[in-house]
Design a protein around this ligand. Structure first.
Ligand SMILES: C[S@@+](CC[C@H](N)C(=O)[O-])C[C@H]1O[C@@H](n2cnc3c(N)ncnc32)[C@H](O)[C@@H]1O
Length: 212
């Protein structure tokens, strides 16, 4: 690949894995638009209901937080966890009212070390995040740990074959077969249902997981 193009692709991949700075603002808007289909589908598949406690891990631009807040209603709570300080600041500013009312909290943290109590959540979604996590088993164990006994976890990813055709995914993305993701969730003690949804240019997969 032309070195200039390679540098651009590497920057794109870096921003998708940790949006920050001036470019991060545009990336956040792009994520909210471009990933809306997958995030909407993940929220619907979670069957999140009024009054429940829900979380979006690696929320990026934050559209998942807004969708979850709409679904849990006035009596429910939403938690967002992010690695990117700039995405945390964006959510703090855009959703300040929900934070001050106590319906939303946003926390700095990682999928591999969630700043959340054991068995504290009815619903957890995480969309387009596992590509950036080398320690898959640890992330799955953490996601399972924070679920209540009747909780639901929805992991959303782009189809790995379609993702592999995107020029930026060779820079730091780990594109795992969906069966590998499902096996890691099962290993963490979850029962997993897989759904593939047709979408262009990238079909998506949902892994809907519940404690055994
Ligand atoms: C491609 S973006 C997806 C954002 C959003 N979920 C969506 O689908 O539009 C990946 C997000 O995951 C966050 N992230 C990456 N690694 C993470 C980790 N280990 N723990 C939590 N968040 C992480 C990044 O900061 C980024 O905001």
């Amino acid at each position: 690949m032309n070195p200039v193009v390679a540098r651009v692709m590497s920057t794109v991949a870096g921003q998708l894995g940790n949006p920050s700075g001036f470019l991060g603002k545009g990336v956040a808007r792009m994520l909210d638009r471009g990933n809306r289909f997958l995030i909407d589908a993940a929220v619907a598949a979670s069957e999140v209901a009024p009054g429940e406690s829900a979380a979006d891990i690696g929320f990026g631009g934050g559209i998942g937080l807004t969708l979850l807040l709409d679904r849990v209603g006035a009596q429910g709570t939403v938690t967002g966890v992010e690695l990117s300080r700039d995405m945390l600041k964006r959510a703090e500013s855009r959703l300040a009212q929900d934070i001050s009312s106590g319906r939303l909290r946003v926390l700095e943290g990682s999928l591999t070390d969630l700043p959340l109590a054991d068995g504290s959540l009815d619903v957890v979604i995480t969309a387009n995040t596992l590509y950036f996590v080398p320690e898959l088993d640890r992330a799955c164990a953490e996601l399972a740990r924070v679920l209540r006994p009747k909780g639901r976890l929805v992991v959303g990813v782009g189809d790995p074959d379609a993702m592999a055709k995107m020029p930026f995914t060779q820079y730091g993305f780990t594109l795992r077969p969906v069966t590998e993701l499902a096996a890691a969730l099962e290993q963490a003690g979850l029962v997993v249902e897989q759904r593939r949804l047709e979408h262009r240019p990238i079909p998506v997969h949902l892994l809907i997981a519940r404690p055994e």
